[in-house]
Structure formats: structure tokens, C-alpha cells
Design a protein around this ligand. Structure first.
Ligand code: ZN
Length: 686
């Protein structure tokens, strides 16, 4: 790993530059005045509140007299006033998010549900977000300053150090203040949204026309019209090609070559999303397409040439960085995008995330897995085998048999709705709890594959959106419905059965996904069929481990690249290209080359989310680890129902605190590694 670590303190231009010059004097004055009024017991709170308000106050919020009057009127110097303020804010903010969410859900109804044609105006309505300006409004009318004056802003360090001994009320106060921990100007937020949208657009149009890839003999390995989006479809084609015993390997090697040219930006610009040219990705020769397989109008006929894509990939990534960096001065408790991702979104320090990833990457399970895969492939590993897809749970039933059973049981969405209490009882919930949860779930017919939409306030219900075909639900739809039902059950407990609505939910999406996967993993039993056998479960575990191993390296690349950008804010896209290529090679050489026995591979840099998702990739490997921890705890507990409810009621505290409450241990890879060791032993002799 390149050692580009500490850039957190690099942000020198803080929001205080915009602080009016009189603020310091007014703060001292109010400290004396209110300190005398409320006494020593309130002094520390008062100082903290004044500091927090001063940090965010701007000239157009008012002059010194306005500031002082505001503080005089709104500092809750007595416990009873503070309690009233806290309770009222908690309840009113629940009303706000609850009703805004309700509006959002209704406005998206036509797009989300299977209710007939979507007209263009439905999309406008569906895209409208009534909460978009709430934070601005609350700084403008000074409600945000009321919160900042009375409740503590915290750093991740404080939440980790002190959080375990906080009361639930202290946690709720911390979350309340966090909602106002940054005051990012609208134009900065707009810039971030625009950079994100541009990056998504760049990614969404990045297709490779596979029929136009030719090898040295001019042969086309892929079928006409096949158009694969980078990188997801390219990767999935690599996975699918394992089943093609005649030309799978040749295809996989060619796709690897394509991916590498995208990462290094030696891909000819003309061949991106363009079926008008044939391309040999090995020699990089480009020629006019000798065959036509598309009606798509192509770019104005350019002369075939292999002028490379001019670092557009990295220019796009850099725009994300420039836009994000503009928010740094307005986020005093997390002054870089890196800090905001780890300290605020994930709430696991970056150093710990890195250590967990390295623990997986350097685990003794890796060489054992590599050996097992080579045994199954009957050849040495090649770099694209990071996407090896041969670990598959077997099933005693064909998809058609399952489809038939499901369609019979659930001819309509209502049939599924009615069966929910029964399904929950099979998962170990008491009849009373099963009925209670079922009463809080509404099943809707989805337009897409299905999703779960929780509520944001007590009076509202969670929605399970599921797809039901004309002949009844099919197995795939059912499998997804069981997953989404897991989300709904979590959403119900973590909203309705929690002591503070400011703590509703879970620490982050990995937790609700893990809980949903627990349900999904029992879908066959819920149909009255036997559970997947041990062999099947082992295969699934090995598949998950190999996926975690692959994405852990990708996450390290994503992290190192963001550090590099912060360390080199004036770099050119070309320099960022060179740096990303080097980082990808370094991570590969350290953690993959030992088992792949090939050096300087750049494949880890291919992920599209690296370009459009602002340091999101580390969420994937952490999600796998969390899923295994929760699964292991469920096995230990024996019955899912009560354990699920106990876990889900912890709410939105730090991931480590949540996990310690749930399993007795902080977030970590041990459960995944142990399960993998067990699975390796179980399948080792097959
Ligand atoms: Zn899910």
C-alpha cells in the first residue's frame, strides 16, 4: 500500500473564516452574563453551546445584538426547560420526517407500483423531494442554532470512546445535534449533486460492443448485439463464461484485456459505446466494423484510429473530488470526504476498516481457497479469477418446480399479505408478536423486482413491494419478497418499539441487509421444504468469502485513491490515472500476486462505483462481515424471532456498539473467517 495517510488535517480554510469579527466578543459577553445567571453547573454546557453556534453563524444571520438576543432567549439553562425542548424537538422532527416520507412515498406511487402507464409528469413528481431545503430553512429560521446552542456536537472518537457509557437519552441528543453538524451552502451541495450526476452519466454510457471485439485471427468470440456495461456486465460475463467449456477461457482473457485498457485509459476512444468499429484489445488495432449488428445510429464516421480515451475516467473522478472538497470547510467535525464517509456514514474509523480488510486479505483462508479453485478449474489461477463463480449451492428442486409451488401458494399479493403472520411464526416469532408485526406491513404490487419501504413515524406502516405475475408469484419474486419482509420487520421494531425516535433504524444499510438476508436464507423452509443441506451452505460461504476477498482489495484501492487526490489537489487527470494504476498494482502485488503468481495487474481499478460513488466501495466487504456475524449469532440463539427483535431494537448507535449488544463482539471479520474455515474443511475432500 502506498502510504498516503494523513490528509485529514490538511483543510486550512475553515468556516470560521466567514465568522463575523464581533462574534468573539459577543461569545465572551454571553458567557459572563448567562454564566452568572445559571451558575457553575451549566457553565460547560454554555461554553460548548456558544462555541457551536459561533462556528456556524454568518454575517447575514444577524448582527451582534441579534446573536446575543438569540442566545439569551434560547439557551435552556435549567434541566426542566432542556427536557421540554428535547422531548418536543424529538417528537416534532419525527412528524417532519414522517410526513415528508409519506409525501415522497405517495409521489412515487405511480413509478414504484404496478398501476399502469407512467406519464412524463409522474417522473417529475416522483423526482421531487420536499425535504431538499429543510436544513437550509432551519439555519435560516435559527432552529438549527437552537439545537447547536443546547445539544452536543460529537466526533466519531467521542462516540466510540464515550458512547458505550452514554444513556439512551445522551445518544438521542448526540443524533439530534448531528443532524445540524454541517451548514453546506446550497451551491456547494448542488455542485456535488451535479458531479455525481455527470459521473453516473459517464458510467451509464460506458458500453462495450462485444461482437466487435476481434482476436488475432479476426474471430469474433461474442454474439451479435451483445452490449456490456462496464464494469458490471463485463464482470458478469466473466462469471458466466466459466460455464462455457469450449471458449469460456478465451473470452475471459479478452474481457480482462478490455478492463485493463479501461483502467489504464489506453482504450481507443472510438470503440466506447460504438458498434461502428472493430477492435482487437490485445494489439489495440481499430478498424471500421466489418459487420453490422446494430441499428443504433453511430457517431459521424470517423477514420478508424486508436487515439486513446483522454483520461476522461479520471477527469470525471476528479470532478467528484473537487466538488466534495468544497464542502470541507462547512463540516467542522469531519473535514474531508474521507472523514465524512468513515466517521459519519460508516462510523467505523478508517484505520480499523483498513485493518479488517487486511485481515481478510492476508488470512490463511486465501491460499487454501486459491488451491481449491485451481483444483476445480484444473489450471493455475488467472487474474480474472478474482470473479470465480463456481461455488454454487445445489438445490433438490428445479426453478420450475419452485415456481409452481409458489404460484399455487401465492396467486396474488394479498395471499402473501395474509400469510405473513404464519411465515413469522415459522421463523420463531410468538403468535402475538407475529400478528403485531404483520399489522404494521402493507403489501403492494411492485413495478420492478421488489423493495421494502419503512415508515418514518409511528402512525405509518412499512410497505413491502413485491412483484406478482399474472399466473401468481414466481420463486424469484417470492425469494425477494422474503428478503424485503426481513427489512420490514426490522423497520417495524426499530421504529415502533424503540425508546427514542431519534435513534430509529440501524447504524447503516449493511445491518438491515444482514437482517434481511437471515430471512431470505430460510425461504425454502417457509415453503415447507427442507433447508439447504450442509454442502450447499458451505458452497455459499466459500462464494461469499471469495467475493469479500475480491472486493476488499477494490475497497483499499478506492481509499488510497481518495487519499492521493487529497494529497495532490492540483494533479492533472493524467497524473491521477498514473497514480490509480500504481495503487491498483501495489494492492494487487501485496495481496493477490502471492496466490495468482502474476504481478502488476491493474484489474482492481475497474469498479465503476469508484468513479461515481464517492468512496462507497468499502461498504461491500464490511457488509459481508456483518452478515456473517449476525448469521452466526442467529444460529447460536437457535430461534430467529426473539433474537431478531432484540437486535433490531438497539437502533442507530455506532456499528460496534450495535454489534456488541447483538453478539458480544465489535464489527470484525472473525465470523466470516471461521465460517470459511469450516466450509473449506467440509468441501475439501470433494
Ligand atoms: Zn435488501
Amino acid at each position: 500500500m502506498p502510504s498516503s495517510t494523513e490528509s485529514r488535517a490538511a483543510s486550512t480554510a475553515t468556516a470560521t473564516d466567514a465568522t463575523p469579527s464581533w462574534v468573539k466578543d459577543s461569545v465572551s459577553k454571553m458567557e459572563r452574563e448567562l454564566g452568572a445567571k445559571y451558575g457553575d453547573s451549566q457553565r460547560a454546557r454554555l461554553q460548548r453551546g456558544l462555541r457551536q453556534v459561533a462556528e456556524f453563524w454568518r454575517a447575514d444571520d444577524g448582527d451582534a445584538a441579534t446573536f446575543e438576543d438569540f442566545v439569551r432567549a434560547n439557551f435552556a439553562g435549567e434541566q426542566v426547560t432542556l427536557d421540554t425542548m428535547f422531548n418536543r424537538l424529538e417528537s416534532l422532527l419525527e412528524q417532519l420526517s414522517g410526513h415528508v416520507h409519506e409525501i415522497n412515498r405517495e409521489f412515487r406511487q405511480q413509478s414504484d407500483l404496478d398501476l399502469g402507464p407512467v406519464l412524463p409528469f409522474d417522473e417529475i413528481i416522483g423526482g421531487y423531494d420536499p425535504s431538499a431545503h429543510v436544513l437550509d430553512d432551519f439555519f435560516q429560521n435559527k432552529l438549527a442554532f437552537v439545537v447547536l446552542l443546547n445539544f452536543p456536537l460529537t466526533t466519531l472518537d467521542q462516540r466510540l470512546q464515550n458512547g458505550p457509557s452514554w444513556t439512551r437519552r445522551q445518544w438521542a441528543e448526540a443524533r439530534l445535534a448531528q443532524g445540524f453538524s454541517k451548514r453546506i451552502p446550497a451551491d456547494v451541495n448542488l455542485g456535488i449533486a451535479q458531479a455525481g450526476a455527470q459521473a453516473s452519466q459517464y458510467i451509464a454510457d460506458y458500453n462495450i460492443w462485444m461482437y466487435h471485439l476481434v482476436d488475432g485471427q479476426g474471430q469474433r468470440l461474442f454474439p451479435p448485439k451483445m452490449r456490456l456495461l462496464s464494469h458490471w456486465n463485463l464482470r458478469d460475463e466473466i462469471k458466466a463464461d466459466y460455464a462455457d467449456s469450449s471458449s469460456g477461457l478465451t473470452k475471459q482473457r479478452m474481457i480482462q484485456q478490455v478492463m485493463e485498457r479501461i483502467v489504464t485509459q489506453t482504450i481507443p476512444a472510438l470503440v466506447i459505446n460504438n458498434p461502428a468499429f472493430d477492435w482487437n484489445p490485445f494489439t489495440n488495432d481499430v478498424s471500421a466494423a466489418a459487420v453490422k449488428d446494430s441499428d443504433t445510429t453511430t457517431a459521424p464516421a470517423a477514420k478508424p484510429n486508436n487515439a486513446r480515451e483522454p483520461d476522461t475516467r479520471y477527469a470525471t473522478l476528479q470532478k467528484d473530488f473537487f466538488a466534495s472538497k468544497k464542502a470541507d470547510p462547512y463540516s467542522p467535525t469531519a473535514t474531508t470526504l474521507i472523514a465524512r464517509r468513515f466517521d459519519e456514514d460508516r462510523e467505523i474509523p478508517e484505520a480499523r476498516v483498513r485493518a479488517m480488510l487486511e485481515q481478510v486479505l492476508t488470512s490463511p483462508q486465501v491460499p487454501q481457497m486459491a488451491k481449491l479453485i485451481e483444483l476445480r478449474l484444473k489450471r493455475p489461477l488467472e487474474p480474472f479469477d478474482v470473479w470465480y463463480s463456481g461455488f454454487r449451492p445445489g438445490s433438490q428442486y428445479t426453478e420450475a418446480q419452485l415456481d409452481e409451488m409458489v404460484a399455487k401458494k401465492y396467486p396474488t399479493a394479498q395471499a402473501y399479505q395474509q400469510d405473513i403472520p404464519n411465515l413469522l411464526m415459522k421463523l420463531g416469532f410468538s403468535p402475538e408478536r407475529a400478528q403485531y408485526v404483520a399489522n404494521n406491513i402493507v403489501v403492494d404490487p411492485a413495478r420492478g423486482s421488489g423493495h421494502a419501504m419503512g415508515a418514518e413515524m409511528h402512525a405509518e406502516k412499512a410497505h413491502l413491494r413485491t412483484r406478482v405475475e399474472k399466473g401468481g408469484m414466481n420463486y424469484k419474486g417470492y425469494n425477494i419478497a422474503v428478503h424485503e419482509m426481513g427489512h420490514n420487520v426490522e423497520q417495524t421494531f426499530s421504529l415502533n418499539d424503540i425508546d427514542h425516535t431519534l435513534l430509529k433504524g440501524v447504524p447503516n444499510t449493511a445491518f438491515t441487509e444482514a437482517l434481511a438476508f437471515v430471512f431470505q436464507g430460510h425461504d425454502l423452509e417457509l415453503l415447507g421444504l427442507p433447508a439447504p443441506d450442509a454442502r450447499s451452505q458451505s458452497e455459499k460461504t466459500l462464494n461469499d468469502f471469495w467475493g469479500t476477498y475480491e472486493i476488499a482489495g477494490v475497497a483499499l484501492v478506492d481509499m488510497a485513491v481518495w487519499h492521493w487526490m487529497y494529497d495532490h489537489p492540483r494533479a492533472t487527470p493524467k497524473e491521477l490515472n498514473a497514480a490509480t494504476v500504481q495503487i491498483s498494482k501495489d494492492v494487487w502485488n501485496q495481496y493477490y500476486a502471492p496466490v495468482f503468481r502474476q504481478k502488476d495487474v491493474v484489474l482492481l481499478g475497474i469498479y465503476s462505483h469508484m468513479i461515481d460513488s464517492f468512496l462507497y466501495l468499502p461498504d461491500y466487504p464490511i457488509g459481508h462481515m456483518i452478515a456473517f456475524q449476525i448469521e452466526e449469532q442467529m444460529k447460536k440463539a437457535g430461534s430467529i424471532g426473539p433474537e431478531f427483535e432484540r437486535m433490531a431494537k438497539m437502533g442507530d448507535v455506532t456499528p460496534d456498539l450495535w454489534m456488541e449488544h447483538a453478539t458480544g463482539k465489535p464489527v470484525g471479520p472473525e465470523a466470516l473467517l471461521e465460517a470459511t474455515q469450516g466450509a473449506l474443511a467440509a468441501v475439501g475432500h470433494h
